[in-house]
Design a protein around this ligand. Sequence first.
Ligand code: KDG
Ligand code: MG
Length: 404
Amino acid sequence: MKIVDAKVVVTSPGRNFVTLKLTTDEGVTGLGDATLNGRELAVVGYLEEHVVPLLIGRDPHRVEDTWQYLYRGAYWRRGPVTMAAIAAVDTALWDIKAKVAGLPLYQLLGGPSRERLRTYGHANGRDLPELLDSVRARLAEGYPAVRIQSGVPGLESVYGVHVTDGVGAPVLHQRALPLVENWDTDAYLRHIPGVFEAVRAEFGPELPLLHDAHHRLTPNQAARLARDLEAYRPYWLEDCTPAENQEGLRLVRRHSTTPLAIGEVFNTLHDYQALITEQLIDYVRSSVTHFGGVTPLRKLFDFAAQYQVKGAPHGPEDISPVGTAAALHLDLAAHNFGIQEYAGHTPLTEEVFPHAYAFADGHLHPGDEPGLGVELDEGLAAAHPYEPAYLPVNRLKDGSVHDW
Ligand code: KDG
Ligand code: MG
């Protein structure tokens, strides 16, 4: 079997998605997600100019060899653009292999280790009443666990607290120029423990509560927050320090038993080496889409398992249904799966990417279609072309740029 066509499709059914579609000489197709939020066209260029010419004529069954060829063969390895491009190829090859086998991908990864996948949803509020309403809405939708993000008095906007354009669409990720948010770490650190206290008082001790600090704290500030939240037993504190500063997690760990999750911006297993072997974290957060594909994410899960660290793939709206499905197949098969973030997609996105995976009773299942179980409606995708979009940037009160 040979790859005879490789096409990159960019579409914006509410937000931008980049999809690689491979076709074989036997007419089997495979899809891979290459979406890098806010830098989408860089991955399109990498794929179209440098990867597609290497794929034509290759045997699609050589998944591991193709991964090594693209990773080691380029000499310039790692980085989000490279790894999103390689991820799309790897995912599309697994899709083809599983379709040819006539099996859902999770069967090729070892078969199911569980019946269904526990998820968490997002609750956001500009203030406490709005946040409590948002938690109620997630619980009504069936979510068994909820990430809580709250506005901070004195700040106009805070990570995760979506502003809308008046017709209900979140504008955070769809703007010609980046939205500028403001930030004050002291105000945030004073406010968040009270938010946890209020949510616990309203919903009781059993509801798993998660929180994302989105890389905004120094190790010392993160240690304080982790310690201050301990009494409310968070399920996890995510990205408490900037991802580059991995040594910082040692300080946080020394001061608190609050579980720590990190890694949505990591690209390779090497980024996790010290964090896992020193047991500084509890959950690895990488997605198939930004980690180079199913092949390396499976290796990360296996490595993490030796240290009782669990896999909890990143699942925001900017991972396409193709990337979502790929994660779900791995989650179902891996013994050390923890929880799957699931933000869902707009109805139009669901139409562009019809899929076999299903969300019911707060749990996901990848479905039993051969391959990933996701299609791409290319006609509908073409009707919703790329729109320039950036993530927000963050500034402190003195005007200097801070982590977003
Ligand atoms: O593109 C950036 C988003 O994926 C990120 O802000 C979402 O932190 C995130 C999460 O945990 O879902
Ligand atoms: Mg996050």
